[in-house]
Design a protein around this ligand. Structure first.
Ligand SMILES: NC(=O)C1=CN([C@@H]2O[C@H](COP(=O)(O)OP(=O)(O)OC[C@H]3O[C@@H](n4cnc5c(N)ncnc54)[C@H](O)[C@@H]3O)[C@@H](O)[C@H]2O)C=CC1
Ligand SMILES: O=C(O)CCC(=O)C(=O)O
Length: 427
């Protein structure tokens, strides 16, 4: 028995930590320690203030009722209402939603929005559901969480496998419950329902700005730079277009089913034309490579824009890029971050690189509240200014403190929330 236990222990030691909540908390704790906050601040921030689990019955097209499980985590509302997307994905877990809500708090801190973080998720596979079933699920989720959300409480938005149509159904359902037309309840809506110009492409635009800044630091010219992008959904597809139009060579893209590679650069406009609404395109091709092979391709820049834990200690040593810009939430493990940083690969962390989405969501909410709408040029100008300042603050802190950009981003992201919690007398 003792021998078995020793074997189990060494096995556990060998396993890489891919628990996103656990990893995030260890960086939050380090950031708070470095900023000189007492342990009680970490104690407050290590769990969402509220975590609601809901069960959503939906009558499916075959006449049977299927009950889905969903979550809404509200991390910290010391600064203002909480904000964050809703994910529809078969792999959603309570732990993942908690981690995602903490990342939202950090993003809001980094780009200095008057929000705390939140996130929602439903365990489902929308790729296998009809339009009608998806509408029923979206409306059911809003009814289930309606007590804790609202334009001055918690404002949802799109994330993986959710889009402006789903936001529209959710807004309509909330407006019925609230007996008011309430566009500020949710962001990422269609423009005709109070959506903002530029929200659909905002995450990718923010990533592009961060990528450009990182390339300047590394002395890489975007024109001709070879870029690999994982994920061809909202973030990945717009990003491929922006980079292609800027003269970069997008040599590979992927979706959940595989990847396409051409060392001479892919025909991005053709692929954009053929992708479906879930960001799937590789199924149309015979010659594909795997998502695993994708990360080991010859290239200058990699952008993971799909799901978490894609760059791990198993592939970090084989990565050839000198810049990684994290459009996805949590794509790189802590061990991989260390391996890559030691190899002088510049990692622009998710909480900075992907903050363009929530920034333009904030603009959408402001426009809904004031009932006066801005042009796309206005949105772009404001987004550029915020992303460039945020990038440079974090880069500067990383350089002066001799730490990686992830820790620097966490230090900047957590500070305002910790201060607001202190002023309120919570800690
Ligand atoms: N949509 C937004 O505004 C924001 C999105 N993000 C993050 O960006 C990432 C992508 O989100 P979206 O583009 O909105 O999602 P999406 O649903 O539009 O697209 C997801 C893409 O990832 C691919 N994918 C899904 N599972 C995969 C897997 N296991 N392996 C490889 N590829 C897989 C899909 O095929 C699709 O191409 C997520 O991590 C999300 O949290 C971050 C900030 C804002
Ligand atoms: O647009 C928003 O409010 C949230 C976007 C989001 O979920 C994210 O940044 O991960």
């Amino acid at each position: 028995m003792a021998g078995d236990k020793a074997g189990d222990a060494s096995q556990a030691k060998k396993q890489e930590n891919t628990d996103v909540l656990n990893s995030t908390l260890s960086i939050v704790e380090t950031a708070l320690n470095k900023l000189g906050y007492p342990e009680e601040v970490f104690d407050l921030l290590k769990e969402p203030l509220r975590m609601l689990t809901v069960r959503i019955p939906v009558r499916m097209d075959d006449g049977k009722v299927k009950v889905f499980t969903g979550y809404r985590a509200q991390h910290n509302d010391a600064i203002g209402p909480t904000k964050g997307g809703i994910r529809f994905h078969p792999d959603v877990t309570e732990t993942e939603v908690k981690a995602l809500s903490i990342w939202m708090s950090l993003k809001a801190g980094i780009v200095d929005l008057p929000y705390g973080g939140a996130k929602g998720g439903i365990i489902c596979d929308p790729r296998e559901m009809s339009f009608r079933e998806l509408e029923a699920l979206s409306r059911g989720y809003v009814r289930a969480v309606s007590q804790i959300v609202g334009p001055t409480k918690d404002i949802p938005a799109p994330d993986v496998f959710t889009n402006s149509q789903i936001m529209a159904w959710m807004m309509d359902e909330y407006s019925k419950i609230d007996k008011l037309n309430n566009p500020g309840f949710i962001t990422g809506k269609p423009i005709v329902l109070g959506g903002s110009h530029g929200r659909e492409s905002a995450t990718a635009k923010g990533v592009t700005i961060a990528l450009n800044e990182a390339a300047k630091k590394k002395g890489i010219d975007i024109k001709g730079a070879r870029v690999v992008i994982q994920g061809f959904g909202n973030a990945g597809s717009f990003l491929s277009k922006f980079l292609h139009d800027a003269g970069a060579k997008v040599v590979a893209i992927s979706d959940a089913y595989g990847a396409l590679h051409d060392p001479n650069g892919l025909d991005i406009d053709y692929l954009l034309d053929r992708r479906d609404s879930f960001g799937t395109v590789t199924k149309l091709f015979d010659k594909t490579i795997t998502n695993k092979e994708l990360f080991e391709l010859d290239c200058d820049i990699i952008v993971p824009a799909a799901v978490q834990n894609q760059i791990t200690r198993d592939n970090a040593h084989n990565i050839k890029a000198s810049i990684i810009v994290e459009a996805a939430n949590g794509p790189t493990t802590m061990e991989a971050t260390k391996i890559l940083t030691d190899r002088d690969v510049l990692i622009v962390p998710d909480v900075l690189a992907s903050a363009g989405g929530v920034t333009v969501s904030y603009f959408e909410w402001v426009q809904n509240n004031q009932g006066f709408y801005w042009t796309e040029e206005e949105i772009d100008r404001r987004l550029h200014e915020i992303m460039i300042n945020s990038f440079n603050n974090i880069y500067h802190m990383a350089k002066t403190r001799k730490i990686d950009m992830r820790l620097a981003a966490y230090m900047i992201g957590v500070r305002k929330m910790a201060e607001a919690s202190r002023f309120r007398g919570w800690v």
